[in-house]
Design a binder for this molecule. Sequence first.
Ligand SMILES: CSCCC(=O)C(=O)COP(=O)(O)O
Ligand SMILES: [Zn+2]
Length: 214
Amino acid sequence: MSFTNIPLEEKLGALEELRKVKEQFAARGWFPGTSGNLSIRVGEFSPESFHFAVTSSGKDKSVHTPEDFLFVDQQGRPCEVTSLKPSAETLIHAEIYRLTGCGAIFHVHTIYNNIISEGYGDKGAIPAQGIELIKGLGIWEENARIEIPVVPNYAEIPRIAELIPAALNPDIPGIVLRNHGIYAWGANAFEAKRHLESFEFIFEHIYRSLALRK
Ligand SMILES: CSCCC(=O)C(=O)COP(=O)(O)O
Ligand SMILES: [Zn+2]
C-alpha cells in the first residue's frame, strides 16, 4: 500500500495517539533533555514496505507544536515534503517494525533503565524473576524468569540497528541500549505503553532490591 492510499482518519488517529502518549510520558519526566522518541505504524504491513508516524528530532517533548511528528517509510525516509527531521533513532524503530510487525514503539531514557542496563550490559541481558509486573509483558507463567536484552550504545545508529535481529527475543517486547534507554513495543499504543510501564517497574524493582541488600 502506498502512503497516499492510507486513509486520512487512520493517519490523524495515529498522530492523536502519539500526542496523548507524549503528554503522559512528559508529565512523568520521561523525556529529559529532549531525549526519547515515539512512533505508531499506519497502513498495511509487510517486512519490505510499511509506514509510521515518528517524533521529530531534538524537540522539547513536554510541549505540543505542529512540528512534533512526521510520517516515514520502512527506511526512515519522510513520506511527504517536509523540513522536519525524523528522530535520529528512526532506523531502530524501522528495524523493530520490520522484525516484529508491531504497531507502536516507545523509547525513553530513565535513571532506572540507564543504571540497570550499565550493571548488566556485559552480560547482554537483564534477568528478572518474581516481579509481578512481568505479567504486564504478557508472560503469565508462575514465577517466570525473563531476560531483557541489552545491546551496546554505539554512536552510529545503523550499527545499533544491525545488532537488533540477533538480540531481539520474540517473547520479550523490549530491548535496552546500554546506558541509554529502552525501546518497548506492542501491537498498538495501549500495549506498547503497558509494556514500557512494566519494564520501568521491573527496573526500579531491581534497583531498589539491590540497594536494600547493600
Ligand atoms: C538528547 S538525548 C540523545 C538522543 C536520543 O537518544 C534520543 O532519544 C532523542 O533523539 P531524537 O532525535 O529522537 O530527538
Ligand atoms: Zn534515545
